[in-house]
Design a protein around this ligand. Structure first.
Ligand SMILES: [Zn+2]
Length: 453
């Protein structure tokens, strides 16, 4: 007898994982196994019947070529025909604010992760060695090498910025009164930031998430470390019970207690992402390992100092155009900031639950300003403290002590020469001279050299 309904199904495609989420009317017993030639994944669900169809799933870019089902003795059998090899995994999720009981099928596709990472690397970087990393399920480390300087000092690497767009997939993050979802807004800002970073010589951006799918908090930290990131920037947009709460904020990790009640609340909220993602009960041991390494690693002190410094600069940059929630950088125990050796900051770009800020966060103009403020902070910080053997460190020794002497700017819609000049602390005439421009004509996409102050 079939007493559980499979009511709906969603698919979330990540570069290294395809997730199918079945909405079910009650908890079910199930088993999952693989069959070969041809390769398929079989899911048997006891006492269940299918009340939905699979036609609407966009699976073209997934390892699944088709989905079939059949019934026998009350057992619903769902068969996923495969076009490439996967490692299947399944678990169930209890109801939350948005959804009821769910059965989750994860299909891991290790090799795709590498391809996706290679595709997202800047063209200026040396080719990524894809063969070395195909056996791991994590994103490979891009080989970050800047163009060697003209004086032949050998290879200097790029400064690598890991950009972490919060939430994704089954986890929308905070939702605004007009339905704006945090996961979408922060991905848009993250992509804009990546564009700005990749346009700068000496910098390279790595997207921790580059689509609408879920990445566990632990894997976000791991990916940043595997990319040898010099900085981890997590981008979020707050939600709060009252619509009056407003203002952007910048956060660094606190091991002991948050600097405010809201900090405690926010940290517990952002950290609960992992429960929604369904990794809570499978990877607690790994989490403890990460925590243990955090506590043991002596380099943590250095990375925390760096975190505070870059957070402070970005806080004041955002404060130039946005209302800030607090006059200073705040502290809370965000799981995603726990990389022991990578300076890590979390930016709440505004309250999506505040109708005014929700409206702002939706606009690409505001998203661009936010990304620029973050980028400017990154550049100012790394010009002050460039890591050894980076192109920026070398450029600083060549270009004297003037911050920004190494910079370029790719013209954005709405930019004018004078705006670019003011923003970079140079005169319009110096900007004209450095780029051989007469008059005021610039075009979108043009890359301008920013002369030393
Ligand atoms: Zn968030």
């Amino acid at each position: 007898m079939a007493n559980v309904d499979v009511q709906n199904v969603r698919a979330w495609l990540a570069p290294d994982n395809t997730r199918l989420v079945f909405d079910i009317s009650a908890p079910v017993e199930h088993r999952i196994f693989m069959l070969e030639s041809p390769d398929r994944v079989v899911i048997d669900v006891r006492n269940a019947q299918l009340k939905t169809e699979f036609d609407h799933l966009a699976l073209a870019d997934s390892p699944v070529s088709s989905i079939r089902h059949s019934h026998s003795d009350g057992t619903l059998r769902i068969v996923l025909d495969l076009k490439s090899h996967v490692k299947p995994k399944s678990f169930d999720l209890p109801p939350n604010d948005q959804f009821g009981h769910r059965l989750v099928i994860d299909l891991e596709t290790p090799s795709n992760a590498v391809a996706a990472q290679a595709a997202s690397a800047t063209p200026a970087a040396t080719p990524v060695n894809t063969t070395a990393a195909t056996t791991t399920s994590e994103v490979s480390t891009p080989v970050a090498v800047a163009t060697p300087p003209a004086n032949g000092k050998g290879n200097l690497r790029d400064i690598v910025i890991a950009i972490d767009a919060g939430h994704g997939g089954e986890d929308p993050g905070a939702v605004g009164p007009n339905g704006t979802r945090e996961k979408d807004v922060v991905l848009a800002i993250a992509r804009e930031l990546k564009r700005l970073i990749d346009a700068e010589q000496g910098y390279q951006a790595v997207m921790i998430r580059n689509g609408d799918y879920f990445v566990s908090l632990r894997n976000r930290v791991l990916r940043a470390r595997q990319a040898n990131a010099d900085l981890f920037v997590s981008i979020h947009a707050d939600g709060w019970k009252a619509p009056t709460a407003r203002g952007a904020s910048v956060w660094v990790l606190s091991e002991r207690g948050a600097s405010s009640e809201m900090g405690r609340w926010l940290a517990s909220r952002e950290n609960s992402s992992d429960l929604i993602g369904g990794v809570g009960n499978v990877s607690l041991e790994d989490k403890d390992e990460v925590l243990a390494s955090v506590l043991l690693d002596m380099s943590m002190t250095a990375s925390r100092t760096g975190s505070r410094e870059v957070a402070h600069i970005i806080h004041s940059n955002i404060g130039q155009f946005a209302r800030m929630h607090k006059p200073n950088v705040e502290m809370a125990n965000f799981a995603v900031l726990r990389a022991p050796d990578v300076p890590s900051i979390l930016i709440e770009t505004g309250f999506i639950t505040n109708p005014q800020e929700e409206a702002q966060l939706r606009t690409s103009a505001y998203q661009q300003r936010m990304a620029k403020a973050i980028m400017q902070g990154i550049q100012d910080y790394f010009w002050q403290k460039p890591p050894d053997m980076t192109w920026i460190a070398w450029r600083k020794t060549q270009g004297g002590a003037v911050a920004g002497g190494n910079r370029t700017h790719r013209v954005q819609p709405g930019d004018t020469l004078s705006v670019i000049a003011v923003r970079n602390g140079v005169s319009v005439s110096a900007l004209r001279a450095a780029n051989q421009i007469n008059g005021d004509q610039i075009r979108v996409g043009q890359v301008l050299r920013i002369p030393a102050g």
